[in-house]
Design a protein around this ligand. Structure first.
Ligand code: FEO
Length: 173
């Protein structure tokens, strides 16, 4: 059995992952509307991943016999100033999620909660990968710079990254 403090913190994490799933789905739709198919597919897959991150916490809480709370999700933004700004927001959101995971880990360490410490290791590794991924997309966007074909090249790059991510996922399965 884990502490009430840890239970509440895990439920807050569920909320954050659910919120990320909703935000990325909304971003995916925005990209689709702008004809940015590669970005739309990438963000759709990210949205599904966030839902899996959320469900993983549900499963863990069930294993340690505490109740996970299904989160109420705030309506996400539906409009974005530009694709560059959109990916800046994705990166900022991932940093927020990472900080939240570190806070959970801090609680688990303070409480000598070894089971939750072990559970959180997967998230520590996952967040490192996600932050790297989003940073590399931002680097590419900066390299592409301004110009008439900017959106076309950004979409092509993100589509290529999406294919690589899909292939890596299939390898793991
Ligand atoms: Fe589950 Fe990307 O945070």
């Amino acid at each position: 059995m884990i502490s009430d403090k840890m239970k509440n913190a895990l439920n807050e994490q569920i909320q954050l992952e659910g919120q990320a799933s909703s935000l990325y789905l909304s971003m995916s739709v925005w990209c689709d509307q702008k004809g940015l198919e590669g970005c739309a597919q990438f963000l759709r897959r990210q949205s599904e991943e966030e839902r899996e991150h959320m469900l993983r916490i549900f499963d863990y809480m069930s294993e340690v016999d505490v109740m996970a709370l299904t989160p109420g999700i705030q309506e996400p933004e539906h409009d974005f100033p530009s694709i560059q700004e959109l990916f800046k927001r994705v990166y900022a959101h991932e940093q927020k999620v990472s900080n939240s995971i570190y806070r959970l880990l801090q609680i688990a360490l303070e409480e000598n909660d070894y089971t939750t410490q072990h559970f959180l290791q997967w998230y520590v590794a996952e967040q490192k990968e996600e932050e790297n991924l989003m940073r590399s997309i931002l680097d590419k966007i900066n390299l592409i710079g301004e110009g008439p074909m900017t959106l076309y090249y950004i979409d092509k790059e993100v589509a290529a990254i999406n294919l690589l991510e899909e292939a890596a996922e299939e390898e793991v399965e």
